[in-house]
Design a binder for this molecule. Sequence first.
Ligand code: BGC
Length: 727
Amino acid sequence: MAKHDEIEFRFSAPRGAWVGWEDDWAAAERLVARMTLEEKVGFVSVPMGTSEQAPEGALGSAAVNAGLSRLGIPMWDESDASMGVTNPNGIRAQEAVTAFPSLTALGATFCRDAARDMGAAVGAQSRHLGFSVQLAGGMNLIREPRGGRIFEYLGEDVLHSGILAGASVAGVQSQGVVSTLKHYAINPEETGRVMISSDITEKVLRESDLLSFQIAIGHGQPRSIMPGYNLVNRLYASESAFLLNTVLKGDWGFKGFVMSDWGATHSTEHAAWAGLDRQSGWDLDTAHYFGPALADAVRAGRISEARLDDMVIRILAALHSVGALEERRTPRSGPPPAHLDVARRVAEQSIVLLKNDGVLPLDQTAGSRIAVLGATADLGILSGGGSSTVTPPGHVRRKGLGIPQMEFPRIYHAPAPLDAIRARFTGCEVVFLGDDPSGLQPDDTAVVFAEKWACESQDAADLSLDGEQDDLIARVASQSARTVVVLVTPGAVAMPWLGDVSAVLAAWYGGTAGAEAICAVLAGDANPSGRLPVSFPARETDLPRPPMRDPHATTSVPGQPRRGGYVNIDYDIEAADVGYRWHAREGRPAVFPFGFGLSYTRFSYEDVDIAATADGVIEVALTVTNTGDRAGIDTPQVYVAPPPSPDDAGTASVFRLTGWARVALRPGESARVRIICDEVRLIASYDPDKPGWTIMAGDYAVKLARDAAAEPDAQAVVALNERRLPP
Ligand code: BGC
């Protein structure tokens, strides 16, 4: 039996700013020293690159800065977003961009190489098309599975999101393009996004969303951070001195710049003193706060020139660090490199096999018949709506959300699942039945494509599939003994028909490569290896906040008159126990938990060693063997439960992910893996009064498992010493 060398998996995030930041700051300081006050102010706001305010020569994108020719600082352009380069309202000529899979799909790979490669591919396309800043780097813990933007986020776990976001940011920036980690912080909901306050106590915020950002920043070193539209503890995130000055720039030593979201700046002095460095999309705001008003504030001494200098230095140092100040960037000739191999690998490895009674891989016996169902299976693969939607050649546009000043269509990416199935299953008869199962024949294998659309600015009302699709699936299942459901969704959905179907694949929004990746899994060319980045709750009443808000009773669009009052959302309900931790704490098991995913092969775990070092690092070593007859990828996971904390009145702590491995094995092959859980803040508790982290002395329960709720394959209790860590 072949044996690999031991493979190590580590997680701890480096502290401090990016390597070489001092040189970038020095270069920026030299430039700023030669600027007039008005010239400095020219850098701290940007209009939308598609508006009348955009300077001549703008490429046409989310934002543009005119630069300063007197000092040789070139104009630069900024584009959305994390899943590819967008082209708002098709303002530029059609570009051969690639729509990469959603970030939730990326989360399902559990693979940091995939995250880095996808980030690098997006960065390369961005750079090719002339951009210097990519508004890529979506991450927010998915606290609300109905959230309108969850497809732009990686999952519900602190470590998992932080590691993958960091890798993705590093990938973008490896191409000489600034990446923007967003939306900082605790921004899980969209309905009323400009009027909701995420209320949460500092201790648990530090232990959850902030820790996840901290990990991502350590690994990715994003040159820019974008606060969300929302308020945090009753202050706009873009004006929260706690979030920006104390935590980000103070405790974490962030040296990049903080850009507001578009239309999310609300004041001049307050915002500037709180740590906001740039007003983005100022023409969407009610005032040009960081324009002439800022110059006046400096002249009047209400803002120090040193603070303005700091804002400009941060921006220029960030651009300098990726080489974007060297010359005016313009699109390179020809189409950008497509990176279809990356898109395909991520899409394939993101697919989670949720159920399989043996129908998959599909029977390809010559002459067998595959009935394809689902009203849009002949259109394309649905994508999420909003500023991040990528529109490659061949996309199909359908009516989406039309709210004042924001038109977010539903975009379907080519190729269509039906075409991909016809191309892959050439020996079979493939028929398309749309949403009418009456043409099903008794021996058919029915493959139903079921979808749910999510869109920026509005949360879903519930977890159901769109329209009448539950009913369609139930009718198909009642007629066909072999019903395979392929979910094209932003995240978790309700599956009332689950017990009646033969197989279910969670395929997320797969983008350009989505349909072919699904076919590869259906056919068995690829062995499903995705793991759920989010829990699939059994019912909405199991969630921390079951009711959703009415989108008509509030304001979700920036720069619009406010409707209704501000709304406080209490995130202390689940506190740091997001997703699977909440389900475990409340004893409300999910239908499919975080980390879950089946395979066409099997893996055994042997010779498990669980140990701890004196500094609180828990290590789990094991031998993974592929005992089935197909190559596959396995993802063993380590969860740790700290001892009850006196701060929490002795309440038992729940298990949280502290590390995982990911190992590709051929049939019969083994690998020795060592999972080193060295991101020890995950098991520490944060004390705002000290301030800092404490790993308590005591007994920590450790389990090796295949998902967050599975019976452990191995478990142990390790004793740790007390250890303090800085914020
Ligand atoms: C979104 C940001 C995006 C910006 C620029 C906003 O609506 O929230 O994520 O980067 O628009 O398009």
